[in-house]
Design a protein around this ligand. Structure first.
Ligand code: GRG
Length: 300
């Protein structure tokens, strides 16, 4: 698959993801107070690359999964967790951000109390979404629990929440390279890895394929974060569509620790690790192969 085809692929996948998100948000709007529903719509339907659901649906398909819409319904459970995390991350008690995805952050528009509730409601909603959709895929009722467990482990204290905590504690400190890797393995890497593993498990891939995709996910997770730090250091808030910057928050980053050149080199090494993991098993994964490079070539 060429770079041009990847762009088309990502556009088509994002469209299916948007449709599945629309279905999920419409259900939530019918269940919740109107201001909370509106805040959820703002936080979820605000664009973004939709990388986590696309990794999930791609892994699912490249592991032989045949489900259509149900696979996207599963994939968007990851985006619902991601959206809640961004809504909470932007709150004044965390990063105190005004701009996200080129728009006002949810609390700037709806207030802190409504945003807190809206984001919290997304956590059980994502869990329900994952459970109901996974049951309809190849893994069936018996395998769906394991798929959901992946999501919850990645989102929890050993994953994203724990990583965010380390991130907040690390403000104003110089972290060691090991501490920085551990923080991002949890804060960003865990959910990206879960996306791949959930897709593979839903398609009932062999154990060694699931484990290779987990290694691929851990490697692209770090490559993705290093690139995030490079973009944060080299582009304006306007072009990235978000604020504040890592410098504003006095955070340790791959750029502050290694400098731009070495950080970029490390991102390339992680992509090579990811491709090595993919090559170690017998699956035909043309999209995941090109996607590994995309995570460090992206401009947003
Ligand atoms: C209570 C400690 C505590 C935590 C709550 C807030 C939170 C949970 C977690 C935050 C995790 C977080 C903000 C991770 C950010 C990871 C990241 C690189 C986000 C940007 O992802 P992209 O580039 O964004 O995929 P788009 O906009 O494309 O979706």
């Amino acid at each position: 698959m060429s770079g041009l085809h990847l762009k088309e692929y990502l556009r088509a996948e994002a469209l299916c993801v948007e449709q599945a998100l629309e279905r999920a948000v419409t259900v939530l709007e019918s269940e919740l107070e109107s201001d909370v529903g509106a805040a959820i719509r703002h936080g979820v339907m605000s664009g973004g690359k939709r990388l986590r659901p696309i990794l999930c649906s791609t892994a699912y398909r490249e592991c032989g999964g045949q489900g259509g819409g149900d696979a996207y319904d599963l994939a968007v459970s990851l985006e619902m967790i991601h959206a809640y995390s961004l809504m909470h991350d932007d709150l004044p008690c965390m990063d105190d951000a005004q701009l996200r995805r080129g728009q006002a952050t949810t609390h700037s528009e709806f207030g802190e109390d409504v945003t807190m509730r809206a984001a919290a409601a997304l956590i059980p909603a994502a869990t329900r979404q994952a459970l109901h959709s996974a049951r309809k895929l190849e893994c069936g009722v018996a395998g769906a629990g394991v798929v959901v467990q992946e999501l919850l482990e990645a989102a929890g204290a050993g994953g994203m929440v724990g990583g965010q905590w380390l991130d907040l504690l690390g403000e104003g400190q110089t972290l060691s390279p090991e501490e920085l890797d551990e923080l991002h393995r949890r804060k960003t890497g865990a959910l990206l890895t879960a996306a791949l593993v959930m897709g593979a498990l839903a398609a009932t891939a062999d154990e060694e394929v699931v484990s290779a995709l987990a290694s691929y996910g851990r490697a692209i997770g770090l490559a993705f974060q290093i690139t995030d730090d490079v973009l944060d250091a080299t582009q304006s808030a306007e072009s990235l569509g978000k604020n504040p910057s890592d410098v504003d928050l006095d955070k340790s980053t791959y750029v502050s620790l290694y400098g731009l050149g070495q950080a970029r080199e490390q991102a390339r090494e992680r992509v090579a690790d990811a491709l090595g993991a993919l090559g170690s098993v017998q699956i035909d994964a043309p999209v995941l192969t090109v996607l590994a490079g995309y995570v460090i070539e992206r401009e947003k």
